[in-house]
Write a protein that binds this ligand. Structure first.
Ligand SMILES: Cc1ncc(COP(=O)(O)O)c(C=O)c1O
Length: 480
């Protein structure tokens, strides 16, 4: 039985006041707790985010800084007086926010830096972001004691099948720290054993990607030597009587860097390393899936993530694959596990958008085709410079005939007096890469189209000035 006092009107009022105060307190505490916990979008698998939030906020806060559209802020950029990393400006732009054009600037069309894909990843910021803990995969070894992520291997295989540019079935996949590391690993794997007394001759057809030569010359070993252009092997004037074509390792780049030609091995009986760095639909038509014994790919030219240093080889023969893995093991103990995780996210994001509106190859092809068209429009007015001819071709990936979209322009200087094309363009304030690097004539020079839109627009500006000056000289001499 309740005490009689509680039933009096005054006591009832006191009770009501107490109850409502308790309710109000409960409401305020609940509201405080709810506002402190993350909104529903930050909930994952039933648990709330905690330690990842600071890193995520930091990543987003640098990413939103615009730098006038001519630069970027990076998490690890140089910290300024305000305690924050500052803008890193594109070539020929300067100032705290990169808004100022550097007067009379020399443009750079040298390196194969694949920055043309940066806008794609900015559009796909969410799908390509990677967050991981400070204790993520600290071990030398990953799943099942392996150095390679099984899931990443599977995603790469899926990508090759979906794009139709290579046959992964019946091949062993070997990861490397960029395909540059795999170049050395594959030459080692295909060379005779150091105890055999013989050595391999490594060759390529000019114009070729110079890192084959520089890499072999740098690591000159008992097992292999750089022997230069295949022309001497193909016409039988190379080597000595003890050397057979079986002792030859031929590098084949298809499509070729620098001239975009789809190539095949030319030295019969040799071991071929077929470098398909650019065999993706944003750079070339895909006539059929490649199925050579030893193939090389790099994410640098696929997704544009050159900084991640990641490439892979597809190798038919198990022993050759094992020797390549041994090399990688001795050299770096496998590709960085952090990189492998990032690559898994990137390749899965590419896979998720294939043939859709946000297909990376459609995006890349549009950008590269537009560059090729605009470049041709300027160069075609000139009699002093010319470009390689690339016909439109049927592409199995897009299912149509496609315009050319090469990674590089292979420019020729046509005039007698322009024997050094690189020097001629340098005088016009354009840095290119002389054909001499590719074991070709100095009449040729390579122009990279892979770089940022800023780089390309400035390149076109300088080339237009060069061609306009040629037109002026021609019309002046015609009127004399
Ligand atoms: C034909 C070719 N192979 C390999 C590479 C090297 O790629 P990575 O960035 O993976 O070392 C390049 C880079 O330009 C290239 O052009």
């Amino acid at each position: 039985m309740e005490p009689a006092a509680s039933r009096t009107p005054g006591a009832l009022g006191l009770q009501l006041l107490l109850c409502s105060s308790l309710l109000l307190n409960a409401f305020l505490v609940a509201r405080h707790l709810l506002s402190a916990s993350p909104p529903p979008s930050e909930l994952l698998g039933g648990g709330s985010l905690s330690w990842a939030l600071r890193a995520a906020r930091e990543a987003e806060s640098v990413a939103v800084t615009g730098c006038s559209g001519h630069g970027r802020v990076f998490l690890d950029g140089i910290v300024g007086e305000d305690g924050r990393p500052g803008c890193e400006c594109n070539t020929c732009f300067q100032g705290a926010d990169c808004s100022v054009r550097t007067p009379d600037c020399t443009v750079n069309a040298d390196s194969g830096d694949p920055m043309f894909l940066e806008p794609y990843w900015m559009r796909h910021a969410e799908a390509s972001a990677v967050v991981f803990s400070g204790w993520h995969r600290m071990s030398y070894r990953a799943t099942n004691g392996l150095f390679q992520s099984v899931e990443l291997e599977r995603s790469i295989e899926r990508l090759h099948r979906a794009v139709g540019n290579a046959v992964p079935d019946g091949k062993h996949m070997v990861f490397g720290t960029g395909s540059v590391q795999l170049i050395s690993a594959l030459v080692y794997a295909l060379s005779p054993d150091s105890n055999s007394g013989s050595s391999a001759s490594v060759v390529a057809t000019a114009p070729y990607y110079p890192a084959y030569r520089t890499g072999i010359v740098l690591f000159d070993s008992r097992e292999n030597h750089w022997e230069g252009n295949t022309a001497r092997w193909a016409n039988g004037t190379a080597g000595n009587s003890t050397k057979k074509n079986e002792d030859v390792i031929e590098f084949v780049t298809s499509p070729n860097n620098p001239d975009a030609v789809l190539r095949r091995p030319v030295v019969g009986g040799a071991s071929a390393i077929v470098d398909h760095a650019y065999y993706w639909p944003h750079f070339t038509h895909i006539p059929a899936p490649a199925d050579e014994d030893v193939m090389l790919f790099t994410v640098s030219k696929l997704s544009g993530h050159a900084s991640s240093r990641f490439g892979w080889a597809l190798i038919r023969d198990e022993k050759v694959a094992q020797r390549a893995k041994d090399y990688i093991m001795q050299n770096t103990m496998g590709a960085s596990r952090d990189t492998q995780l990032r690559m898994l996210t990137i390749i899965n994001a590419i896979l998720a958008n294939l043939h859709g509106e946000e297909d990376i190859f459609a995006f890349g092809q549009d950008v590269m085709t537009a560059k090729w068209r605009r470049l041709n429009a300027v160069v075609s007015r000139s009699r002093r410079i010319s470009l390689q001819k690339i016909p439109p071709q049927y592409c199995t990936y897009f299912g149509n005939i496609r315009e050319p979209s090469p990674a590089y322009a292979w420019m020729k200087c046509e005039m007698e007096e322009d024997g050094d094309c690189y020097e001629m363009l340098l005088k016009a304030k354009i840095v290119t890469r002389s054909g001499i690097w590719n074991d070709a004539s100095s009449r040729y020079t390579r122009i990279s189209l892979l770089k940022s839109q800023d780089d390309f627009d400035l390149l076109l500006e300088r080339l237009t000035e060069l061609v306009d000056a040629e037109m002026d000289t021609t019309s002046a001499s015609n009127s004399m």
